[in-house]
Ligand binder design. Structure first.
Ligand SMILES: *Cc1c(COP(=O)(O)O)cnc(C)c1O
Length: 381
C-alpha cells in the first residue's frame, strides 16, 4: 500500500464554519451585508488595530495598501527579493517600480541595513514581508522610513498571530495586509484584509475596494437614497458575506492553530539539531513566529535541493519551495531589466531552501515520518 500523501499545507474546516456559512446562505445578504463589518470588527479585536478593511484576496489587500500609501506612476517601493510575486506586483499595478532589497540568510527577512542605500527621491514606501510567519525588524524599518518620510507596508500574509517585541502583527506598520487563501493560517476560500490605525487610509481603501464609489449598497438602502458618486478609480475587491462569516469562525480558532504550528516547529527544530545537512531558519528572540511555513536550508553539492525535493515527493511528502526571488521572474527581467546579481543572498539561499509540511491537522505520526525522511536526505548531499 502506498503511504498517505502529506501536503505542505492545508485548511481546517469545522462544523462551526459550515454552520456559519449555511446561515448566511439562508439570509437576505450574500454580499455587502452585516457579516463584512462583523468580520472587520473581530479582526480589529484580534490584531489590536483601529481599522480593518476586508477584501477579495491577499493580492487585492496589497493593491489597496499601495493605493492608500498613495503610490503612483513613477514612484519606487522597496520590496524584499524573497517573497511571493504579489508583493511586488501590487507596486506595478500602481505604475510604480519595485526596488528589490536583499535578505538576511538566517531568517530570509528583508535586511534592514540594506534599505538606506536603495532610497532615491522617487522612493515612497517600504514593503516588508513577514516571511514564513516571523515579523520583520519593524523598529529598524520604521526608523529608516521616518527619517525619509516613507510609508511602511507589512505583507503579513504569513504571520497572523505573530508578535514583535510583544506587539501583535497588524499594528507594526502603517498598513498591514493579510491573505485568507486555503494554505494560509485562516481561510475564506479566497480573501484578504488590511489593518491600519489611520482613519483616512481606511476610508480610501473602503472606496478602492468598491470602484472608488463613496458609499455602498447597504448604506444607500439604509439612508434611502439612490445617489452615489465615483470620486476616483477603484476596483471590485469586495469580500462577500458568505466568506466573512467563514472568516469569523476561522478567526476564533486561530490561537489554537498557531499553537499547533509552533508545537510542530519545536519538534522539527529538536530533530534537526542533530542533522548536519539541515539548517532550520532562525527566529529572533524578540519575536514570536506564527509559522505559516517551516523552511529548512540544505547544505550539500550542486543540485542537492532538487534531488531532495524529488526524493521527498517520491516518498509522498509534499515539500515545496518558497520562493524563487521575484527579480528572477521573466516579467521583472523583461520590464525592469533585473537579473542575477541584484540580490546575491536571496539568489544563493534560494538554491538551498525547502518548505516542509506544516498545518494544524498534521498528526505527530506525520511529523515523525517527515523527520525520518529528511534524515535520509543526508545520503544525497
Ligand atoms: C499568499 C500571499 C500573497 C497573496 O495572497 P492571495 O490571497 O493568494 O492573493 C501575498 N503575499 C504573500 C507573501 C503571500 O504568501
Amino acid at each position: 500500500m502506498q503511504d498517505k500523501f502529506i501536503p505542505y499545507g492545508r485548511q481546517t474546516i469545522s462544523d462551526d464554519d459550515i454552520a456559519a456559512v449555511t446561515e448566511v446562505l439562508q439570509s437576505s445578504w450574500l454580499t455587502t451585508g452585516p457579516m463584512v463589518e462583523r468580520f472587520e470588527s473581530c479582526f480589529c479585536d484580534f490584531s489590536e488595530a483601529d481599522y480593518a478593511v476586508a477584501v477579495s484576496n491577499g493580492t487585492a489587500s496589497l493593491h489597496c495598501a499601495m493605493a492608500a500609501a498613495d503610490i503612483q506612476l513613477g514612484d519606487e517601493v522597496i520590496v524584499p527579493a524573497m517573497t511571493f510575486v504579489a508583493t511586488a506586483n501590487s507596486v506595478v499595478y500602481q505604475g510604480a517600480t519595485p526596488v528589490f532589497a536583499d535578505i538576511e540568510a538566517d531568517t530570509l527577512l528583508i535586511n534592514a541595513s540594506k534599505i538606506s542605500d536603495l532610497i532615491t527621491p522617487k522612493t515612497k514606501a517600504i514593503a516588508a514581508v513577514d516571511y514564513a510567519g516571523q515579523p520583520a525588524d519593524y523598529d529598524a524599518i520604521k526608523a529608516i522610513a521616518d527619517s525619509h518620510g516613507l510609508t511602511v507596508v507589512a505583507d503579513a500574509s504569513h504571520a497572523p498571530g505573530g508578535t514583535y517585541k510583544d506587539r501583535p502583527v497588524g499594528t507594526l506598520a502603517d498598513l498591514t495586509t493579510f491573505s485568507f487563501h486555503p494554505v494560509k493560517h485562516l481561510t475564506t476560500g479566497e480573501g484578504g484584509m488590511i489593518t491600519t490605525n489611520d482613519a483616512k487610509k481606511a476610508e480610501t481603501m473602503r472606496r478602492f475596494r468598491n470602484h472608488g464609489i463613496n458609499s455602498d449598497h447597504r448604506s444607500r438602502a439604509t439612508s434611502r437614497t439612490f445617489v452615489y458618486d465615483m470620486i476616483e478609480l477603484g476596483f471590485n475587491y469586495r469580500l462577500n458575506d458568505i466568506q466573512c462569516a467563514l472568516g469569523i469562525t476561522q478567526l476564533n480558532q486561530l490561537g489554537d492553530w498557531v499553537s499547533k504550528r509552533q508545537k510542530i516547529a519545536t519538534l522539527y527544530d529538536q530533530a534537526f539539531q542533530d542533522m548536519a545537512h539541515v539548517s532550520p531558519l532562525v527566529t529572533r528572540p524578540d519575536r514570536t513566529n506564527a509559522y505559516h511555513l517551516y523552511v529548512i536550508r540544505l547544505s550539500g553539492s550542486k543540485g542537492y535541493r532538487e534531488r531532495a525535493y524529488e526524493q521527498l515527493q517520491e516518498k509522498r511528502i509534499g515539500v515545496n519551495v518558497h520562493y524563487l526571488p521575484v527579480h528572477l521572474h521573466s516579467f521583472y527581467a523583461d520590464q525592469f531589466g533585473y537579473g542575477q546579481g541584484l540580490c546575491p543572498v536571496a539568489e544563493s539561499v534560494y538554491e538551498e531552501i525547502l518548505t516542509l509540511p506544516m498545518y494544524p491537522l498534521m498528526s505527530d505520526e506525520d511529523v515523525q515520518r517527515v523527520i525520518e525522511e529528511v534524515g535520509l536526505l543526508e545520503d544525497l548531499a
